[in-house]
Design a protein around this ligand. Structure first.
Ligand code: PMP
Length: 414
């Protein structure tokens, strides 16, 4: 270590280059060991519903298998009757909701949208930043104007939210993205106070919050963060139609081969069901059955997630140790050690994020493009990038953190 410290940054850069690294730190993916924990899903031979004996090999249950609705309703903090268990991807559910919102009026909607024509018909979505690039891609694809809202360590900056809602664009704001627990990528959890304000703030009719609980049980520390029950908060102030509560097991069992779910008010569900009915005859109930058999209860889910944390926490620790060692006290980067989720987000010296990612690329470390954390891929200050340590083996995580740290130090000196 001392020998390394004696080297100039340039020498270290060349040393790292000579290692001919080939590391992919781009997406937050579970590693093989995490996925192995869910292998029992593949050996189940059960075909009949545990609850009512229905043959899950056949059509039926558009809204999901009753026992899956019960378990994953509880997972989302919602009653079974207000929870649908769907296909494998929550992103697909969110995509469908947005497209349906553009095409059909919601039960409480007074507006008509036409994103590609007159500005007065163009919907606006509030986007807390740093945020999840795939949320933003949906908006970009369908011509929804995105307005960035700074994310504080308590949640979205509510003054900024109120100022957009009360400003000239207020009547066009049709939705807001929220990843309220262990947010992607900053790892923060919204405070109860912020949740309450989001539930009660005044908006145009037809406004929806996409409450994306992708990391709902993904604790790295015990006890994990507490998140308020958003549906309850909304209902208490007469806004029960405001939230779409969304989740999936992509980061619980198999990424891309798990279950997605949507919970919402009776009116919202009835509205969603109309399009679901023409879209599919039903989701994969065998997979729903396997998931219930395997995870069984909230306790089962929590026990399973504890095993995952035991695998990935040392990787988060290693990544943050390297950042502490390389970047601590230098005034060129700040980050919070996450208490859950899949990411470490770094806020770096203004104008340095893109350069850092490009230098890391020269050293064979692929990072998520800087700017991805913001609408349109444009971070106005070029100061955010995210790292996920979950997928690579521990040794590679150390290098995968050292490389961007060294590159950032070089970028900050340029
Ligand atoms: N929402 C967030 C915040 C995510 O980070 C991810 C996965 N990276 C998703 C949704 C996508 O989940 P799914 O696999 O269920 O489509």
């Amino acid at each position: 270590m001392d020998a390394i410290a004696d080297l100039s940054l340039r020498e270290r850069f060349e040393r790292l280059r000579a290692m001919k690294l080939d590391l992919d730190m781009t997406r937050g993916k579970p590693c093989a060991e995490q996925l192995d924990l869910s292998l029992p899903l593949l050996t189940s031979r059960r075909t009949r519903s545990i609850q009512d004996g229905a043959d899950c090999r056949n059509y039926g249950y558009l809204e999901g298998l009753p026992e899956a609705r019960k378990l994953f309703g509880e997972y989302l903090g919602m009653p079974a009757e207000l929870t649908y268990v769907l296909g494998n991807s929550s992103l697909a559910v969110m995509h469908d909701l947005v497209v349906q919102m553009l095409m059909r009026q919601l039960p409480d909607e007074e507006r008509k949208w036409d994103p590609h024509h007159e500005i007065r018909y163009r919907p606006v979505m509030l986007c807390p930043v740093p945020g999840y690039d795939r949320h933003f891609s949906i908006c970009e694809r369908y011509g929804i104007e995105m307005v960035s809202i700074p994310l504080t360590d308590q949640g979205p900056d509510m003054d900024a939210v109120e100022s957009v809602l009360g400003g000239p664009k207020g009547h066009r704001v049709f939705g807001m993205w929220c990843t309220p627990k262990y947010s992607n990528p900053s790892g923060i959890t919204y405070s109860r106070d912020v949740c309450q304000q989001l539930a009660s703030m005044k908006t145009a009719p037809g406004f929806r919050i996409f409450w994306d609980l992708a990391y709902n049980v993904h604790d790295l520390e015990e006890p994990g963060d507490e998140l308020a029950n958003f549906f309850e908060l909304c209902r208490a102030v007469g806004n029960e139609d405001r939230p779409f509560i969304i989740g999936s097991t992509s980061k619980i069992t198999f990424a891309g081969a798990g279950l997605a779910m949507l919970a919402a008010s009776p009116r919202n569900l009835a509205w969603f069901r109309e399009s679901l009915f023409v879209r599919t005859i039903g989701a994969d109930k065998l997979n729903q059955l396997r998931h219930v058999e395997f995870l069984y209860s909230m306790k089962g889910i929590r026990d399973h997630m504890r095993k995952q944390a035991a695998i990935i926490k040392p990787k988060f620790d290693a990544m943050c140790e390297v950042f502490d060692r390389e970047l601590g006290g230098r005034d060129i980067a700040s980050w919070q050690k996450p208490r859950g989720g899949y990411f470490v987000a770094l806020k770096v010296k203004k104008g340095c994020a893109k350069k850092t990612v490009s230098l890391a690329g020269e050293l064979g470390v692929k990072m998520t493009p800087a700017g991805n954390t913001h609408p349109y891929g444009k971070d106005p200050n070029d100061e955010w990038f995210r790292c996920s340590p979950t997928f690579p083996p521990l040794e590679e995580v150390r290098l995968g953190a050292e490389v961007p740290a060294v590159c950032l130090r070089i970028a900050a000196e340029l």
